[in-house]
Structure formats: structure tokens, C-alpha cells
Design a protein around this ligand. Structure first.
Ligand code: SF4
Ligand code: FES
Length: 361
């Protein structure tokens, strides 16, 4: 019998379809087509298997999960499997009736994304006229008494409005605000020159966040994710490869993180042919960077390897060409200086964004 602990959370990318085209979308550049998506029945089976494996949290995401007409059935299936169900959404496609349907199905938490406090800019970053609709939704969500997080992704082009962004997020009266600096995967990497904040923006944002955390204490929980490229040590990406989280993509492939498909040589097995238990314990992709035996120096001999697990495998591959290398966000990496150089010599932004486009969305 295996002694490997099961995952705590299951990220269900129920579709890659989305009405937005965000310039920092973390979906893979090669997205999955709608006609190949898992059915309601497939997802229901997966949620029950997840619960049996020890999963506590189900995150329904995409793309835009509301693009699935059966999203309320998926919420209900998650609840029936005894999972805590969170939906991560842009809000497009959410109406009062649909909100009631989701609440009745057992939705417990909703995370709504905002792009900016400035409407024109917010719509530009989203590649769609979505901002005004999102603001109206906050009232609908509160009326349903569903736990509510406002998520804002920040970057070079909106950080100078961070005070306004925080004020807007606060005015929506969520229980939680999450301010996340862009992480450079997928479409964000394509737009990195335009999204990467300056050192002074990062410094100012740390001060503003700390001041807001004190002001909001006891009322709204404010969490922040700062940019890797400015860090001394890397983030423990996904809580360590194959340790806490598994992601199922729209067609049923099981991945250890949202960007894992960029790493050459990894092959992903499917929930169509294997149980979640087998995928977690046996699949080659989950075992590839599990534990510490794959680590090279400096990680192999480092006393932080149980804290950050060597950082992010996908970032290590993207920036060094070898996913086994130490994440260059780590100041102990030989290649850290190259990362610092990027932040210190930011090129003038290119004039055009590269927008996320799914051929059939
Ligand atoms: Fe983490 Fe590796 Fe850097 Fe040590 S050397 S701090 S384990 S990334
Ligand atoms: Fe893949 Fe960090 S995004 S390990």
C-alpha cells in the first residue's frame, strides 16, 4: 500500500474557452478545443475519485468556467463528492439567475478577477469590454452570501494606480483581496517586456500593500504575490511538484501544474484511461520532479530545499532550457544575475499586446 499522501486540491480546467483575451493569461499557448472537452459524467467521476484520494478543495477554472452550460451541474457534482467548491471567473456570462443556480448547486466560494480601476485600461488588458459588468456582479455575489475574493493582477502598466485599485476592490466588500503580480508563463511571457514592473514600482507596491493590510485588518484579508524576478529565493511553486495539487486540463490530461506542458519530454496521462489515484501515484509526469533525487547543485545541498523545493520547474526550463536547474529566481543560482539584468534594463514597451486567442473561442 502506498504511503504517498494524496493531493489537497484539484484544479479543474473545465474549458479553455473564454470571452476575455487577457494579455497575461496563464493558459498554455496551445489550448484545447471545445469539442474534445470532458463531459459532465467524466468530471463527476473525477471529483468522486479526488475526494477518495483525500482532495479537500475543488477549483473550477478555465478559460472561463461559465462558458460551460453545465457549470452548475459540475458544482453540484463537486459538492456531492464532499469537496469545497470554488469557482474562478471573469464574471462574463454570470447573470442573477445563473448566480442563484450556482448557489443552489452548492457553490461555496467565488473568485472574481479585476484588471484595473480605470475602465478603459481594464478593458484593454482583458481584450474585451468587461469591466463595468464585473463591478455589477459584486452585488449579486454578496446577495447570495457566497464567500468572495477579488483578485487583481498587477504589472508595469497598472501598478501606478495600485491605490485606486485597492480602493475599488475594497468597495466591492469581499472577504478577501488577492493582489498578484504577473507570473511569466503562457501569454504573459509573450508580453513580458510590457508587463515587467520597474524596481521602484515593486518597492512602492510593497509599501502600499503593507499599509492596506494594516488598515483592512479584521475586515478584509489582503494577500499579495510579488514578482519572482525580484525575489531573493523562489516561490515553492504549486507547493512542490506532485506534493499538494493536481490539475486536470479540459480534455482530461493530468498535470502537476498549469504550465507543465512546456517542459519537453513530459508525457501526460488522462483521466479517460486511468484513475486519479493511479495518475497521482504512478504517472511519469507526477514522479519526474517529485522529492529531491532530481535536484542538482545548489539545490541538492541547500537547507531550503524542503521550503521551496527548488522553485518552479517551468520557470527553470523557460529561462535556462533545463527544468532540472535551480529556478533562476533564486539568488544562489548561477543564472540569477541574468534575471536581475532583465529587471534593471527594461526595454521600452513594444506598442502592441499579444492577446490570448483560442482559434474556436
Ligand atoms: Fe531553494 Fe534551490 Fe535556491 Fe536552495 S538553492 S534556496 S533549494 S532554489
Ligand atoms: Fe510549473 Fe511552477 S508553473 S512548476
Amino acid at each position: 500500500m502506498s504511503t504517498l499522501p494524496g493531493p489537497l486540491s484539484l484544479v479543474a480546467e473545465v474549458t479553455h474557452r473564454c470571452p476575455l483575451h487577457c494579455v497575461y493569461c496563464s493558459n498554455p499557448l496551445q489550448m484545447q478545443a471545445a469539442e474534445n472537452e470532458l463531459s459532465t459524467k467524466d468530471w463527476t467521476r473525477v471529483f468522486h475519485q479526488a475526494s477518495a484520494l483525500g482532495v479537500l478543495h475543488l477549483h473550477l477554472t478555465g478559460g472561463e468556467p461559465l462558458a460551460r452550460p453545465d457549470i452548475a451541474k459540475l458544482v453540484a457534482a463537486g459538492r456531492e463528492a464532499n469537496l469545497y467548491v470554488n469557482m474562478i471567473t471573469s464574471g462574463l456570462g454570470l447573470t442573477a439567475d445563473r448566480m442563484t443556480e450556482l448557489k443552489d448547486a452548492g457553490l461555496e466560494h467565488i473568485q472574481l478577477s479585476l484588471q484595473d480601476a480605470d475602465e478603459e485600461k481594464a478593458n484593454e488588458f482583458a481584450g474585451a469590454r468587461a469591466h463595468a459588468h464585473k463591478l455589477k456582479l459584486a452585488t449579486l455575489i454578496r446577495q447570495q452570501d457566497i464567500a468572495f475574493t477579488v483578485n487583481v493582477v498587477v504589472h508595469r502598466e497598472n501598478l501606478d494606480r495600485l491605490e485606486d485599485i485597492l480602493a475599488l476592490a475594497e468597495s466591492l466588500q469581499p472577504q478577501r483581496i488577492e493582489v498578484a503580480h504577473v507570473q511569466y508563463y503562457g501569454w504573459a511571457l509573450k508580453n513580458r517586456d510590457r508587463l515587467m514592473p520597474t524596481p521602484s514600482q515593486v518597492e512602492r507596491s510593497v509599501q502600499l500593500i503593507q499599509a492596506a493590510q494594516s488598515r483592512l485588518a479584521g475586515r478584509i484579508q489582503l494577500q499579495a504575490v510579488f514578482p519572482d524576478y525580484y525575489a531573493r529565493y523562489p516561490k515553492p511553486c504549486v507547493g512542490g511538484w506532485g506534493r499538494q495539487m493536481m490539475l486536470i486540463d479540459p480534455v482530461g490530461l493530468a498535470l502537476p501544474c498549469h504550465a507543465a506542458a512546456i517542459i519537453p519530454g513530459l508525457e501526460f496521462d488522462s483521466v479517460r484511461t486511468h484513475s486519479l489515484e493511479w495518475l497521482w501515484q504512478q504517472s511519469a509526469a507526477f514522479n519526474r520532479f517529485r522529492g529531491q533525487s532530481w535536484m542538482k547543485d545548489p539545490c541538492a545541498d541547500c537547507d531550503r530545499k524542503e521550503i521551496d523545493f527548488g522553485g518552479c520547474r517551468c520557470q527553470a526550463f523557460q529561462l535556462t532550457g533545463d527544468a532540472q536547474n535551480t529556478d533562476p529566481a533564486c539568488s544562489l543560482s548561477d543564472l540569477h544575475a541574468d534575471l536581475v539584468a532583465i529587471t534593471q534594463a527594461l526595454p521600452p514597451p513594444p506598442t502592441q499586446w499579444v492577446y490570448r486567442i483560442l482559434a474556436n473561442s
